[in-house]
Design a protein around this ligand. Structure first.
Ligand code: AMP
Length: 399
């Protein structure tokens, strides 16, 4: 048996998953959160043979990521599965920003860590936390290779006309300003799963993938390669998100600075954390937003309209960029679960060969499914994403 441990580390928390790679089955997963606070929490879930999870929760004090990994090891020792019986052959780390430097999963060396740290200027909230996770995990698992899997890597195939902003070229080059794109691990995974599910050669397929979670992005995939994507230098660009604006006239920044005396930190917080559907409606969760929109809350309805309008705008753009579209794929929390968002996004597109079957769309299932009608020229799919499994696959391929 070959097991891989996957780590997704944030500044005050990390998630982990131990995956047995022959069957691609999760053996255990967990979350260590509120690291550094008075009451940290660790939740450790052990998967049974029948797919059910047994959850173990503990509140304790965890000072830093190193102590967090010790708490994780303790949870494995106490609740199983035994790491002696399932020793990970490698540890795979989700890293948000790989800049233009990292285009494939990379075995972590000191130089790689320095480079990831150096890319923090492009992802100040994420890369330092990823490095913290890598360093602590190396202390806990010193004998096995650690592999960095980058959120930006899948988008390294973007052509220059897609990744170049029409900004003064010297300034852009000096400060590494360009579109990088994110959620790449998910876009790669679901586009490959879609091709496999349809029994088609991915190299011959044109796909548009809608990753709609709290963060959201859309990618045009031609023959298995990302050719355009909605997120940019940072994960702020593009679609309307839970709390992020997505696209906005950059002059709004100048305007709010001049008129409202807002500084960089305040604007960053406003655009990233207080906007999006939350800023428009006061609601963060798509379940609440659709429920309120359907029961007469006009603000909620208006926010949903803005959300869907932006989706249609990008979708239309990518149809024209690709020229021919074979599949449209919905994934992540909203894409997988909100029949209403899927229906509204694709409503009225029959002239473009996109026809959703209402009953198929409403049906709930955990697996991959077709939601388009049999006579739809474009096949519309729901494909559950599994970024941890993709990270584990890439980790194994790198060692
Ligand atoms: P993610 O970031 O992929 O975990 O997705 C989180 C988002 O998925 C949240 O906005 C949730 O509201 C949304 N979500 C989860 N389940 C549902 C559901 N049944 N209907 C609508 N949205 C959902």
């Amino acid at each position: 048996m070959t097991a891989v441990l996957v780590i997704n580390s944030g500044s005050s928390s990390f998630k982990y998953q131990l995956i047995e790679m022959d069957a691609e089955a999760t053996l255990a997963r967990g979350l260590v959160e509120r690291i550094g606070a008075d009451e940290s929490r660790i939740v450790h879930e052990v998967m049974g043979d029948d797919g059910t999870a047994t959850s173990h929760e503990q509140i304790t004090q965890i000072h830093d990521h190193t102590a967090g990994f010790q708490a994780m090891l303790d949870a494995f020792a106490e609740h199983g599965p035994s790491l002696t019986e399932h020793p990970p052959v490698a540890v795979g780390h989700r890293v948000v920003h790989g800049g233009a430097r990292f285009f494939e999963p990379t075995v972590v060396t000191n130089l790689v860590t320095i480079n990831i740290q150096d890319l923090s200027e492009l992802a100040p909230l994420h890369n330092p936390a990823n490095v913290e996770g890598i360093t602590a995990a190396q202390e806990a698992f010193g004998d096995v290779p650690h592999v960095a899997v980058f959120d930006t890597a899948f988008h390294q195939t973007l052509p220059p006309e897609a990744y170049t902003y029409a900004l003064d070229a010297a300034t852009a080059e000096r400060y590494r300003v360009r579109k990088y794109g994110f959620h790449g691990t998910s876009h790669k995974f679901v586009s490959e799963e879609a091709a496999r599910f349809l029994g088609r050669d991915n190299a011959s397929l044109n796909q548009i993938v809608l990753h709609l979670g709290n963060g959201a992005s859309m990618t045009a995939v031609r023959g298995g390669r990302s050719v355009d994507t909605s997120m940019g230098l940072t994960p702020l660009e593009g679609l309307v998100m839970g709390t992020r604006t997505g696209d906005i006239d950059p002059a709004v920044v100048f305007h709010l600075h001049r008129r409202a005396d807002m500084g960089v930190a305040e604007l960053d917080e406003l655009f990233n954390s207080k906007s999006g559907i939350y800023g428009l409606s006061g609601l963060k969760d798509m379940r609440d937003l659709t429920e309120q929109a359907n029961t007469g809350n006009e603000k909620a309805r208006a926010a949903l309209d803005v959300y869907v309008h932006r989706l249609k705008q990008y979708l239309g753009g990518y149809v024209f960029q690709l020229g021919r579209v074979d599949t449209i794929v919905f994934t992540a929390g909203i894409g997988e679960n909100s029949a209403q968002v899927r229906a509204e996004t694709l409503a009225g597109l029959e002239n473009f060969g996109i026809r959703v079957d209402a009953a198929r769309n409403e049906q709930r299932s955990r697996g991959i499914r077709v939601i388009s009608a049999d006579d739809s020229a474009v096949t519309v799919l729901v494909v559950p994403t599994n970024e941890e499994l993709e990270i584990a696959r890439q980790t194994l391929s790198a060692i």
